[in-house]
Design a protein around this ligand. Structure first.
Ligand code: GRF
Length: 200
């Protein structure tokens, strides 16, 4: 009896969280549209109205939801409702792709979450990583994909890519170059996590 081809695993189901333009999300959407892609984007959540990320999702026919902190009495209530909205889509993995909120125990207790950050962690964590790296005068910076824990950009590192700082860079020009590397890195990481699911 021949062994035959190995059974194909179900695509890894993602919920992607965004706050901004959603170019990292777009890279995931495009990679997920390739034939035999090992993952798919089940839904996109945003922490504010009118994000470019939600627009990109809608254009791709992907369900979206918005969970705004100011709509809740407490941050804990926000965290619980975010978890509920994520769980409705039964994802295998949550991807924080430019989501500018620290996730709480409800989400982190129920889901594996990866984040992408525009600096070489553990240097320059937080919301201003590109600015802080430039202000420090580094000559090489880059991006990091890591598992999310309760801290701010502190979880175990999965992958990093380096980007040189050019003498005439502004924070904006440097961030745009970092984002080119970041999008490739994120797609590679999610492909890797879909191929080897021992982390589940
Ligand atoms: C990325 O550089 C992300 O790491 C940072 O914000 C940027 C989001 O870009 N936190 P986009 O919304 O995916 O275009």
């Amino acid at each position: 009896m021949s062994d035959g081809p190995a059974p194909t695993a179900e695509p890894l189901g993602l919920v992607v969280l965004v706050s901004g333009s959603g170019s990292n999300l777009q890279a995931l959407i495009e990679a997920a549209a390739e034939p035999a892609a090992p993952f798919r984007v089940l839904a996109v959540g945003a922490d504010r109205d009118g994000t470019g990320g939600a627009e990109r999702a809608e254009r791709a026919g992907i369900p979206t939801f918005v969970v705004r902190v100011p709509d809740y009495m407490t941050r804990a209530d926000w965290d619980l409702d975010l978890e509920r909205l994520v769980a409705e889509h039964e994802p295998d993995l949550v991807v924080s792709a430019g989501f500018m909120k620290v996730l709480g125990p409800a989400v982190l207790g129920a889901h594996r979450v990866v984040n992408t950050h525009p600096a070489l962690l553990p240097s320059f964590p937080g919301a201003h990583g590109v600015h802080d790296a430039m202000a420090h005068g580094v000559k090489v910076t880059g991006c990091t994909c890591h598992w999310v824990d309760a801290g701010v950009d502190t979880g175990p590192i999965i992958e990093q890519r380096a980007v040189r700082v050019e003498p005439d860079d502004t924070v904006e020009s440097l961030h745009e170059r970092i984002k080119v590397a970041e999008r490739e890195m994120l797609v590679d990481v999610v492909r890797g996590l879909a191929a080897d699911r021992s982390w589940r």
